[in-house]
Ligand binder design. Sequence first.
Ligand code: ZN
Length: 160
Amino acid sequence: MQIADNCVASFHYTLTNTAGEVLDSSEGHEPLVYMHGGGNIIPGLEKAMLGKQAGDAFEVTIAPAEAYGERDAKLIERVPRRNLKGIPNPSVGMRLQANGPNGPQVVTITHVAGDVVTVDANHALAGETLHFKVNVTEVRAATEEEIAHGHVHGAGGHHH
Ligand code: ZN
């Protein structure tokens, strides 16, 4: 069957950036399982999956707008070191849980200069053009319960 809304599809993927560096891959793991049409994967990849079937292999290049969005300068903040309670030695690359306007969010420390720490709440892949190499391994109809929940249950998925 072909991938369409309310299908559950499994696929292997290798994700590279424009420099050709591998950012992520399902190689050596279980394939990724998702329910189509629910916004469970990035929009550009979901569009590319539409109409594919088990055994199909393809490659797709996805612009930031259809992936993790453009980098937003408003999500980069400079904060005084004293605001980072419980973090005696903030250093570049450290990821912290912060309270944003929409609840808890993960921010990354991108710069430390004296008393001023720069934190960035952009997704690590924001602003990146992504290249996916995909192998579709399985396509099945979603169950009523999966459709009601908007996500996959069972092997490769989860239940709650
Ligand atoms: Zn559920």
